[in-house]
Design a protein around this ligand. Structure first.
Ligand code: 5GP
Ligand code: ZN
Length: 113
């Protein structure tokens, strides 16, 4: 999709700090870090939200999420982790290309929750 910011990241048209990449999935640091290591995991194919994901795309994405979460745990040493997905403006979605937030947690007052 031409005017989607995350498609532009997938295509290399705008830069991002990549955490993981394979044929189907890209993970990169959120530009506005809620906590240190806040990462977004997206399918490379443009799908607006959870409702648009096929089982195959969801499978490809979640297949790599545990390894990404473990890599964040090793790198940033959080004490917890939230995985969050917002669907629709009311639910807080601001970029309409499906993404899973991985938000490492460090304690009360760490910026999230
Ligand atoms: P949402 O509010 O849709 O659940 O989350 C969208 C996220 O995308 C936000 O946390 C926002 O900071 C992040 N974001 C928006 N534009 C960019 C960008 O150009 N690069 C990166 N790395 N993250 C972005
Ligand atoms: Zn897109």
């Amino acid at each position: 999709m031409t005017n989607c910011i995350f498609c532009k990241i997938v295509n290399g048209d705008i830069p991002a700090a990549k955490v993981f990449e394979n044929e189907h999935v890209l993970a990169f640091l959120d530009i506005s870090q809620v906590t240190k290591g806040h990462t977004l995991v997206i399918p490379k194919i443009h799908k607006e939200n959870l409702y648009e994901l096929t089982p195959e795309i969801a499978g490809k994405l979640y297949e790599v999420v545990p390894a990404i979460a473990k890599a964040l745990k090793t790198e940033f040493k959080p004490v917890g982790l939230n995985s969050v997905n917002n669907n629709g403006e009311l639910a807080g979605q601001s970029v309409f290309h499906f993404h899973l937030h991985l938000i490492p947690r460090y304690g009360k007052g760490d910026g999230f929750g």
